[in-house]
Ligand binder design. Sequence first.
Ligand code: SF4
Length: 323
Amino acid sequence: MLEKYHDEILSCTGCGFCKKSYYAYKFPQKESDFPKGKIMISYGLLTGELEEDMEAVKAIQKCTLCGRCEEDCPSLIKIADVIKATRNDLQLMLPEHEKIFHNFKEKGNILGEENFFKKGGSIVFFMGCLTNREMKDVVISLFDKLGIDVTIIGGCCGYPIEKIGRKTEDKIKKELEEREIEKLVMACPNGMLALSEFSPLHISQFVLSLGVDFRRNDKNYIYHDSAFLGRYLGIYEEPRQIIKRIGNLLEFDENGKMARQCGGEIEFRMAFPDEAKEIAEYLIKEAKEKNATIVTASPHCYSHLKEYGDVIDILQLIEENIK
Ligand code: SF4
C-alpha cells in the first residue's frame, strides 16, 4: 500500500511549511510530531531503513488525518493519504487502538456499547457509535417532531478503524443493501465517508431540504468545521445556513478550508488525550473571547469539545429550535 506513495513521499522537499499550524500548540517537541517528520518515517519504513517499533507507530498514529497541514504544503503532498497508507502497513498497534478494534469486532461498536435499532419507513438514519452515545434521544425526538417514521440502524461504520490502518467487515453496508432506502441520513461525517456509495445526507442537508422553520434567538454561535465534513466532504454551507436562521453566526479566525481540527476524533483522543485537550482548548479560548457557543457538526467533535466549554451539536440545535 505504502509503495504506491513512493513518488509522493519523494516529492516532499522538507521545507517545513506543514509545521506552521502546529506552532499555536505547545505539545510538539520532536520532529516526528510534525507532518514533515511523519513523511520521513514513512520513507524509512518503506525503504527498510527504519525498523517498525512502538516509537515509530506512535509517531504515525499521532495525527488526526484532518488535512489542515496540506493547505500549507507548497508541494501539494497528500500528507494524510501517505500517513494512512503507512498505517495500513503497520504490524504493531497502540494499546488504545487494540481496545477499540476489539470492541468493533466483538460489539460492532468501537465504544463497546449497545447499538440502537428502530424499524420504520424508507428514510433511514444511520446512528454510528458516537451519535449513539451522545445524541440517541435527540435523534428520536427530532424525527418525531418532523413527523417522519424513521428507520434507525445502529453500529460502527468502520471509518475510525480504517483510520488506524485496520480492515473492517462490510456488515453495515450489507445491512443497507438489503433495504429500500429513499434517503440515508447521518450526523457523523465518519459514517458519511465510510458509506459514501449510498449518497448519505448530513442531517443539516436533510433538514434544509425539508424547508422547515426555526425559532430565532439572539445568541452568538460560532461554527466549528469538522475536517471530515468540510475538507473531506466539501460540506461547509448547510450547517451555517441553519445557524443563521436560529441565531447570530460567528466564525473562527481560521474557518472553512483553513479550519483547525478540535482533536475530537475518537481514535486520536483515546491515544493522545493531552494533545487532544490542548487542541480543543485553543478553539474554546477563541469562542469564549467571541462570547459564543460552539456549534459542531460531528459527534466526534461534540463529545470532545463539550468537556472543555460551551458546545452544542447542529443536531441538538435543530431539535431544540425546530418549529
Ligand atoms: S510542507 Fe509539504 S513539502 Fe514541505 S516538508 Fe511539509 S510535506 Fe514536505
